[in-house]
Structure formats: structure tokens, C-alpha cells
Ligand binder design. Structure first.
Ligand code: NAD
Length: 409
């Protein structure tokens, strides 16, 4: 199933419960604007290179559109479309005053020098500057882009519109980035998990965890769950995996990865094949790397009782059905990994206020946001007797549909 089909499946299940008429569904699911641009720039050797860039602006009924820009050689427009709509639902689940968008350039950033990347990013910004902005559409980093990319976008945008750091989030701290943004997605995952486990009479420290991915989301989740007393027994990255049934020493593993660029060979555990991470005997599985990793074919091998979606759309609908039948509880991406966009919202708010918040305030507001959303999700689950994913889509679609109707759709 393509990412768009999968998103549509979830959307329709929730829209059925809300009894949204077909015409309104069509308006809610169709992107507001799809942009495709050609980005030409001079290579270091003087030759001309050109790459195709996209920005899908999905919905702005609740506020400016918000979503990352990824640089990846195999950019799939279908996936960018699905990710743009997921951003609309994600910002609505945690009740941020934003809509959803996503952008991409079909390029392998590792194949370009820093100068070439900067020129490509500036060209992309020149092509988009009229349709992005602090009150229109606010990009952020995604796969293959980072704080430096956002700094170049903000600088190029300023040439056309004047100083406006709120045009992008995920900026370096020196240029108006927020304290706590780096850890935000992993921290949001922890706060979401605390809510879930509390509601079942448990705590984070009672359980064992396996994490797929040890980048921004996976490594911060590992560190914060470890600090909360959870036992991280297995971790995988693109190179392979490492496990220790007594619990991995996460700070030591982070130090090992900083030097060796791989989790493999860590003296505090034993290596094993990365694809076996999903079938480790743990209480909680955290996919925090790629989309589409939990499928109808492999969902039966998952031994965890809980799946926390750190990654975007890691679970195919067929796997969801298997999990439901096996009473495995899934905290869905549009809630579980919303900590990143929530702190992006705080960054935007700080830029507009021209006032920096202390990190403790950022974390406290993030915790409050995740807890409020969980209370709403739990209420919808009781009302509709559905799983968390359906509840998250019900909450989001209801909020977006109400806003659209009030605006006169
Ligand atoms: P990242 O690039 O920092 O890290 C990705 C990690 O995944 C790396 O450790 C990499 O080695 C690992 N990986 C790649 N292929 C793998 C494979 N086949 N098996 C095991 N591990 C593999 O990316 P990130 O920012 O941590 O994002 C991870 C996921 O979380 C993505 O789906 C992203 O869309 C989603 N997400 C990120 C944020 C954020 O704030 N960074 C917010 C919401 C959602």
C-alpha cells in the first residue's frame, strides 16, 4: 500500500465515525497547493547542476502550514503528499495553531559540497519565497537537512522580505532556534508513554525497550527513557544492532557511536542483525528510523506489548490489523512523535515574541501539551471504542473540519 493509500485508509476510518460527508472528505484530504520547481546552481567546478524541488501545502484552516523539507535522492512525491497531510493531522492532534505541509528536493546531500548545498538551498528558497513565510508556511529540517539548512533559508528569505526568523524552525540557537528542540521528539515520546502507562497503572521504569534507529529521535528517546529508569535492551541503526538483556548503558553507547559511527562493536552488548530488532523479546518496541517497517508479513513476529511510533508512518495498515487482533497497543506517529513540531511551534512563538524561553519552560509546556492531547485521545477511545490511531485521526479531522466550516468552507 502506498503512503497516500495508507493515510487515506486511516482518514476514512475516522471520517466514517465522524460521519463526514464525501464532498467534505474530498476537500479535507486534497492538498491546498502542490509546487514543483527546478533548482539550478553552479557546481564548484563551474558546471551547472539542476534538481527538482517540491513543496506540498496540505491545509491551512487552523493556521500557517508547517512541515519539514527533506533532501533525499529517492524522493517519492506520493510519500511527500502523505507526509504533508500527516502534518495537518499531527498539528491538530496536539492543538497547535498550524496546518500541514512537506517539502523535498530529489538530491543526495552527501554528493554535494557545503558550498553546493548552500547554493541549492538558496535557489530553492528563491523559488519558494512568495509562498512561504511566518504566517503562510513554515519549513523545518527533515531527513538530509539540518539547522544549517534552515539558517540558509532564513537568510535568503530575509533578502526578499526583511528579517523574519519565524519563517523556519529548527534553526541554530544563535539565529533564534529554541532550547530543547534537539531533544523534543524523543522527550515528547517519553511524555506520551508516561501518559499511556499511567493510564494502565504502570511506569516507564517497569519495562524493557527495543529501539530501531539511533539518530535524533532514537538516541534522545534511548537517553531519556534510560534516565527515567527504563531498561533499553536492544538498539539498531542502519549498520546493524546491539543488545544486552541486562540493559544497555546508553551514555556509553552514545559515546561509542560518536566515535565509531555505528552501534555495532559496542563492548557493553552483543551484535545481532538489524532486521531482528522488531522481534526482540521486549515490552515496548520503538520504531524511530524509517517508514513502512512494520508490515502484514512481519507484524506477527513482534513480541512487544506496546509499539511507540517515533518514526513517521512506520506501521502499514495490515500490521495495525495484526496488532489489534493480538491486543498490542500502538501509540500512533501523529501523536507520539508530535513533540518535535510542538517545540517548533514554541520556537516560532519565541521568534514572534522576540523573547527566548528557558529550556525548563520549553519542556514543561511540551509535557502539558502531550498530556492534554492524551486526555482528549483517551476520551475519544472511550466514546468510539477504537484504537489510539483511529482516535488520533478522529480528534484531528474533527478539529480541522470544524475550523474549515467556521471559515465558510
Ligand atoms: P536521523 O537521520 O537523525 O536518524 C535516523 C536513524 O535511523 C539513524 O540512526 C540511522 O542509522 C537509522 N536507520 C536508517 N535506516 C535504518 C534501518 N534500515 N534499520 C535501522 N535503523 C536505520 O533521523 P531522525 O530525525 O531521528 O528521524 C527518524 C524518524 O523519525 C523519521 O521517520 C522521521 O521522519 C521521524 N521524525 C523525526 C522528527 C525529528 O524531530 N527529528 C520528528 C518527527 C518524526
Amino acid at each position: 500500500m502506498s503512503p497516500t493509500e495508507a493515510t487515506l485508509t486511516y482518514f476514512n476510518a475516522a471520517a466514517d465515525l465522524l460521519q463526514i460527508p464525501d464532498r467534505e472528505r474530498y476537500a479535507l484530504i486534497t492538498p491546498y497547493r502542490e509546487i514543483k520547481v527546478e533548482c539550478g546552481f553552479a557546481r564548484d567546478d563551474g558546471s551547472l547542476a539542476t534538481f527538482v524541488g517540491y513543496r506540498i501545502q496540505h491545509d491551512n484552516s487552523r493556521g500557517p502550514m508547517k512541515g519539514g523539507i527533506r533532501y533525499h535522492p529517492a524522493v517519492d512525491l506520493n510519500e511527500v503528499n502523505a507526509l504533508a497531510s500527516l502534518m495537518t493531522w499531527k498539528t491538530a492532534v496536539v492543538d497547535l495553531p498550524f496546518g500541514g505541509a512537506k517539502g523535498a528536493i530529489a538530491v543526495d546531500p552527501k554528493s554535494l559540497s557545503a558550498g553546493e548545498l548552500q547554493r541549492l538551498t538558496r535557489t530553492f528558497t528563491q523559488k519558494l519565497h512568495d509562498v512561504i513565510g511566518p504566517y503562510t508556511d513554515i519549513p523545518a529540517p527533515d531527513m538530509g537537512t539540518n539547522a544549517q539548512t534552515m539558517a540558509w533559508i532564513a537568510d535568503e528569505y530575509a533578502k526578499f522580505h526583511g528579517f523574519a526568523p519565524a519563517v523556519v524552525t529548527g534553526k541554530p540557537i544563535e539565529l533564534g532556534g529554541s532550547l530543547g528542540r534537539d531533544a523534543a521528539t524523543g522527550r515528547g515520546l517519553l511524555y506520551a508513554t508516561e501518559c499511556l502507562l499511567e493510564s494502565l497503572g504502570h511506569t516507564v521504569s517497569q519495562f524493557t525497550y527495543a529501539i530501531q534507529g539511533f539518530g535524533n529521535v532514537g538516541s534522545w528517546a534511548a537517553r531519556l527513557f534510560h534516565e527515567a529508569g527504563g531498561k533499553i535492551v536492544a538498539v539498531a541503526d542502519v549498520t546493524g544492532a546491539v543488545r544486552n538483556p541486562r540493559g544497555l548503558d546508553i551514555p556509553a553507547l552514545m559515546a561509542h557511536v560518536a566515535i565509531n559511527k555505528t552501534v555495532q562493536g559496542f563492548p557493553g552488548g552483543e551484535d545481532f542483525p538489524g532486521e531482528e530488532i522488531i522481534s526482540q523479546p521486549v515490552d515496548v518496541l520503538i520504531p524511530a528510523a524509517l517508514g513502512g517497517v512494520l508490515t502484514g508479513a512481519n507484524a506477527g513476529s513482534v513480541k512487544a506489548r506496546f509499539v511507540l511510533e517515533g518514526a513517521n508512518h512506520p506501521t502499514e495498515p495490515e500490521a495495525d490489523a495484526v496488532f489489534a487482533a493480538r491486543k498490542i497497543i500502538v501509540l500512533p506517529d501523529i501523536y507520539a512523535n508530535a513533540g518535535g513540531v510542538t517545540v517548533s511551534y514554541f520556537e516560532w512563538a519565541q521568534n514572534i515574541q522576540q523573547y527566548r524561553w528557558e529550556e525548563a519552560r520549553v519542556n514543561a509546556e511540551l509535557r502539558r501539551t502531550m498530556r492534554m492531547a492524551f486526555t482528549s485521545l483517551a476520551e475519544i477511545r472511550r466514546q468510539y471504542l477504537c484504537d489510539f490511531r483511529t482516535a488520533a485521526f478522529v480528534l484531528a479531522i474533527d478539529r480541522v473540519a470544524r475550523a474549515s466550516r467556521l471559515r465558510g468552507m
